[in-house]
Design a protein around this ligand. Sequence first.
Ligand code: PBG
Length: 330
Amino acid sequence: MLNQPIRPRRLRSSNAIRNLVAETTLTPADLIMPIFVKDSVTDKEPIFSMPGIYRHSIQSAIEQCKRIRDLGINAVALFPGIDNSLKTPQANEALNINGFYYEAISAIKDSNPELLIISDVALDPYSSDGHDGLVRGSLIANDETIEILAKMALYQAKAGADIIAPSDMMDGRVGAIRNTLENAQYHNTLIMSYAVKYASSFYRPFRDALESAPKKGDKKTYQMNPSNKKEALKEAKLDEEEGADILMIKPASIYGDIIHNIKKETTLPIAAYHVSGEYSMLKAASDKGFLNYETILFETLLSIKRAGANMILTYGAIDAAMLLNNKKII
Ligand code: PBG
């Protein structure tokens, strides 16, 4: 042992050495931008609880996607805003092959073939009850819902979606979707399952964006209890066995322990969804002048990668990619 002081600060003494020894890095290629599309919108429409995020027309979404691709982001997650007049208890519009969402997927795919499209499978955007599954009395009908979800997934794949993302949390839906895709020869369509999705209060701005909040009750009979950690391993394992290609955990920044745990137990890539409320919190604090948006966004995303995520869905994807490309956020 040298009789000299130990100086960990040597490895922090310049930007260059800090970069060389960084254990976790963030690049635009790690990020996925969620995009809301809505039929009745001309150009784009702001969402009051999500500053900087819009409901886009197809044309506006196409332009946004070009920008996203130019920034080095590889994928977008598309969510449909469905007119309230089309919402029904059976969520019929979900299986209207000529419906707006399928049109949006194919138009966006055609205009940006290299950008991966992640499509959403759940009934809440189409359901007049605002639930992810069919409501039967006070219950959410699991198996009946899955039949619809599997068809939706196939229609989305046909429209051009690269990655099917079931966000509904019904039991057995990943297996049903995988079977349906295989039987229809969609062997290369990926499934990113919302494997571990907690019943979180942080989804509220998303529900504002789609006007999709549950009319009655909550989502606690299908989404997970935030108290539970072991159960997350069960959900992740089941989705892996049923044929998921990528496992998603959400929310992200306040569930780092869960991301870390699942990363240890699986060989599948992990996605984490930095959800609407997690984004809006950062925006609100910076709009008030309490915190700096750019630095807290960066630090938050870094923490999600450090926890073990390979990729992050975040409404700050464009902003973070601009920062990483040394451009000012516009
Ligand atoms: C619904 C769905 C939700 C989100 C993605 N898909 C909300 C919910 O479960 O109520 C949340 C995403 C976010 O908050 O950004 N299928």
